[in-house]
Design a protein around this ligand. Structure first.
Ligand code: SF4
Length: 369
């Protein structure tokens, strides 16, 4: 098992022995503080724990303080090349900067950034994306490199960058090694973890649309997490950012690493179904996964939405509670006991109320997200 050092990002200690934290990134214009903070608040309600924003210019950097005032989670500034943007971001109160020390000119610039980070307890993330590594860019399309070689070059780049910070005795560092290729991402992260104790932020870049991106990310991140690699994760999807958060948690939940929302069971429906099961499940999920309080209260509960009363209550007998459909209505049941009928249009509201008032058994307490 790999073991990392501990790194502090705002209130969170990252690294071996700590919960794997879920990150996302805004797609708003950072200069628009209201829109960016609103998106972060939405992500926070979905359970996102660390949020990154792009900082392309000084105006964006100067807006970070205003964003920070309106949010409740650590803020990460994503900066390329201009160390002055990093200094401004730190002044504005961010918790982490993503910047590569080898890409910001003279060593004096790096020293200034490192000093500011050390003075303000700000972490640095070194990000190596396969597509931007100089050597890999220069041989792209001309030389056929093996996945091992890709991984080796990416790790070498990350270690060189990390070494600059190491020389300056700065340890509050996280590294990411990302590629859109599954094998290269796995190999690069494994190789890095075997050579360094710096915690890794893991993810696949450009993972794609919701379904294909979620599947690819689940396999890649799941494989790494099972080996003890990854202190923070991000699922990059060309989709609503809250779905990225949801998918990240579903991966961690499936691996038994985090708790997140209910175990919602629903049947695939068949010729017996006379109600809109899919619609009810979608609506219920939407309500739960956009509300931190409901998320915490429903964590550990098993809730069923079944298509018919013939098999529904029986198949979902170990659910805490649920509804089985009839003709335009449903039969509510608790712990396998059928109780009373409810019209379909009242199902979701009824189940939400149940979540809010349900007394959980011992050992199934709310998880504070
Ligand atoms: S629970 Fe009923 S409606 Fe759903 S798949 Fe089974 S038999 Fe069909």
């Amino acid at each position: 098992m790999y073991k990392t050092r501990q790194v502090q990002v705002g209130p969170y200690t990252l690294g071996t022995g700590n919960p794997v934290r879920v990150q996302s990134m805004c797609n708003t214009d950072t200069r628009d503080a209201a829109a960016t903070a609103a998106q972060i608040n939405m992500l926070e309600n979905a359970g996102c724990e660390i949020n990154r924003v792009a900082v392309p210019d000084m105006q964006a950097a100067q807006t970070l303080g205003e964003i920070k005032k309106r949010i409740h989670t650590p803020l990460v500034a994503d900066i390329h090349f201009d160390y002055k943007l990093a200094l401004e971001a730190i002044k504005q109160g961010v918790d982490k900067v993503r910047i590569n020390p080898g890409n910001i000119g003279a060593i004096e610039n790096t020293k200034e950034v490192v000093k500011a980070c050390a003075d303000h307890n700000v972490a640095i993330r070194i990000g190596v994306n396969a597509g931007s590594v100089k050597y890999l860019k220069s041989v792209a399309g001309q030389v056929n490199l093996t996945d091992d070689k890709w991984a080796e070059v990416m790790v070498q780049e990350a270690l060189e960058q990390a070494n600059i910070l190491e020389q300056l005795n700065f340890k509050n560092v996280v590294v990411s090694l990302k590629s859109d290729d599954f094998a290269r991402t796995l190999k690069a992260n494994e190789l890095f973890a075997s050579q360094s104790d710096i915690p890794l932020h893991i993810g696949l870049t450009e993972a794609g649309s919701f379904l294909s991106g979620a599947v690819k990310s689940s396999i890649a991140l799941g494989t790494l997490l099972q080996k003890g690699i990854g202190s923070t994760i991000r699922v990059s999807l060309t989709e609503d950012p809250t779905l990225q958060v949801r998918t990240a948690y579903e991966i961690l939940k499936a691996l038994g690493m985090r708790k997140y929302g209910p175990n919602l069971i629903s049947c695939p429906t068949c010729g017996r179904t006379q109600v809109n099961v899919a619609g009810a499940v979608r609506e219920l999920e939407k309500r739960i996964y956009s509300n931190k309080d409901l998320l915490a209260k429903s964590t550990g509960l098993k809730i069923a939405v079944m298509g018919c009363i013939v098999n529904g209550p029986g198949e979902a007998r170990d659910a805490d509670f649920g509804i089985a459909g009839g003709k335009g209505e449903g039969l509510y049941f608790e712990k396998g006991q059928t109780m009373f009928k409810l019209p379909q249009e009242e199902w979701v509201e009824f189940l939400i109320n149940k979540i809010n008032t349900w007394k959980k058994e011992e050992g199934k307490e709310n998880e504070t997200l």
